[in-house]
Write a protein that binds this ligand. Structure first.
Ligand code: SF4
Ligand code: SF4
Length: 185
């Protein structure tokens, strides 16, 4: 068992996670139900119940630099299974926001995909899938990744060659601008 140095407990981090997620992290009694139900537990470097424990003991760096918080699919299984009524998925969401803010994102590809997705929504009011995939593949240095699927999906009308803006695209852009202003971005 690892012995914790009391000096490493970041109490500001515990408080910030609780305030931003609106959850009482101290309620977690480590039953493990969240991890038992998590469909991505097999891929997590730190299981979700251990993430909760690490927050309780203020291990900011270890939590925010984990890959697990980026592999979480926000399916909310953990939330529905928690006997302490903690919205665990919301905690994971909060940790992703904090990791971005602190420049501690361990999964650069996932961050890039999120950014490209939002950029597409901002431009068109909806996702332009072909543009998103091309941009993401180019930025990832894998220009032809999954290229064989393109013709099949285009043929079935699941993808469109050209972007189609929604009617209220200006209103969507305003939402992004308001958010950026609020966050001082
Ligand atoms: S929300 Fe995330 S952590 Fe919770 S069960 Fe789903 S994938 Fe796992
Ligand atoms: S299910 Fe809830 S109480 Fe149990 S370990 Fe997960 S967060 Fe803690």
């Amino acid at each position: 068992m690892e012995i914790l140095d009391l000096a490493s407990i970041d109490r500001d981090f515990i408080k910030a996670v609780e305030e931003e997620s609106g959850q009482d992290i101290s309620l977690c009694y480590q039953c493990g139900n969240c991890t038992a139900g998590c469909p991505y537990a097999f891929a997590f470097d730190i299981p979700v119940h251990q993430i909760m424990r690490l927050i309780q003991v203020g291990q900011k760096e270890e939590v925010l630099r984990s890959h697990a918080i980026w592999l979480c699919a926000t399916c909310e299984t953990c939330t529905t299974r928690c006997p302490r009524n903690i919205d665990v998925a919301r905690v994971m969401d909060t940790l992703r926001i904090m990791a971005r803010r602190e420049g501690m994102v361990s999964e650069a590809g996932i961050r890039r995909f999120h950014d490209d997705f939002l950029d597409s929504v901002k431009r068109h009011g909806r996702v332009y899938e072909v543009g998103l995939l091309l941009k993401y593949n180019l930025q990832s240095g894998r220009p032809f990744a999954d290229a064989e699927l393109g013709p099949k999906l285009l043929g079935k009308g699941k993808l469109h060659y050209f972007p189609e803006n929604i009617k209220g695209v200006g209103a969507v852009k305003e939402i992004f601008e308001r958010f950026a202003k609020k966050r001082g971005l």
